[in-house]
Design a protein around this ligand. Sequence first.
Ligand SMILES: NC(=O)C1=CN([C@@H]2O[C@H](COP(=O)(O)OP(=O)(O)OC[C@H]3O[C@@H](n4cnc5c(N)ncnc54)[C@H](OP(=O)(O)O)[C@@H]3O)[C@@H](O)[C@H]2O)C=CC1
Ligand SMILES: O=C(O)[C@@H]1CCC=N1
Length: 288
Amino acid sequence: MNLSESSVRSSDSPAIQTDVCQLKIGFIGAGNMAFGIAQGIIASGKIPPSNIIISAPSTNNLPRFQERGVSVTHSNEEVVERSRLVFLAVKPHLVPKVLNGISRNVTQEHIIVSMAAGITLETLEELLPAGTRVVRMMPNLPCVLLEGALLLASGSCAGEEEETLLKTLLSPCGLVEAGPEPWIDAHTGLSGSGVAFVYVFAEALAEGAVKMGMPSALARRIAAQTILGAGVLLRDTGKLPAELKAEVCTPGGTTIHGIHALEKGGFRAAAMGAVEAATERARELGKK
Ligand SMILES: NC(=O)C1=CN([C@@H]2O[C@H](COP(=O)(O)OP(=O)(O)OC[C@H]3O[C@@H](n4cnc5c(N)ncnc54)[C@H](OP(=O)(O)O)[C@@H]3O)[C@@H](O)[C@H]2O)C=CC1
Ligand SMILES: O=C(O)[C@@H]1CCC=N1
């Protein structure tokens, strides 16, 4: 893609005039999510790994980036100086400290993309120079395997053009959507945290089979494949969960007996409550 397709500009902000292939990308924080997003960007083949730079205080996580041709540093300021698009991938409580450290290096040429759970656009904008183009993003762990689900929301100086650039860049990571900021916290519950809820379900399914006599390693493999297959069917057929459920439930058969047990256990309310609790926690993390 060239920037005739993606000339990235908000009303009062400078356009990024370079080709997307030339875009310099930085990551502050080199943990699991930075790795997932960087993998997706590299997999797209549009950005050479040498155009990506990443920082972390220790060397614990840097070698896996280095092995892929990404530049590494311990200096967050160097990341900002050498990049135009900067992903902030540190834990939420570190965001103020990190932004205070880089703020004087940030210009209106930069786009700052935070993936920190709960940290609001308002807080990010307060911690950065006036006029900074800021985007909040919530990814999830399967980005690592290019099967993620990401939601974007733009700050007051960013908008459709920044979102278009990010969608193009991040689409190899999985599903990328944009929406109003309040949806980011809900997406955190549904998908960012939701991945872990699915693992709890996977564990419980497998343990059910172990209880019924199956060896645990086999039960775990089958649980994983069952969740994968069910997810792909749901995504690729476009059918409602209820429709697919009806296709599995033979009247008087095994499935409906199992579903009755789930309903008696309050499974549906528990799952809804988990998304609600995680969303509320994201909102709490965002409070100043
Ligand atoms: N994990 C997940 O599933 C999801 C996480 N998120 C969000 O992504 C963000 C990152 O999470 P995750 O990748 O899991 O976290 P990790 O703990 O895996 O990684 C955090 C990274 O931040 C680095 N770091 C710590 N202090 C600094 C600093 N002062 N300057 C620069 N880098 C620093 C760490 O360095 P070092 O390598 O030296 O330890 C580490 O590389 C969080 O805000 C989280 O809310 C969002 C969605 C899903
Ligand atoms: O648990 C957390 O706070 C982060 C955000 C979403 C997934 N992990």
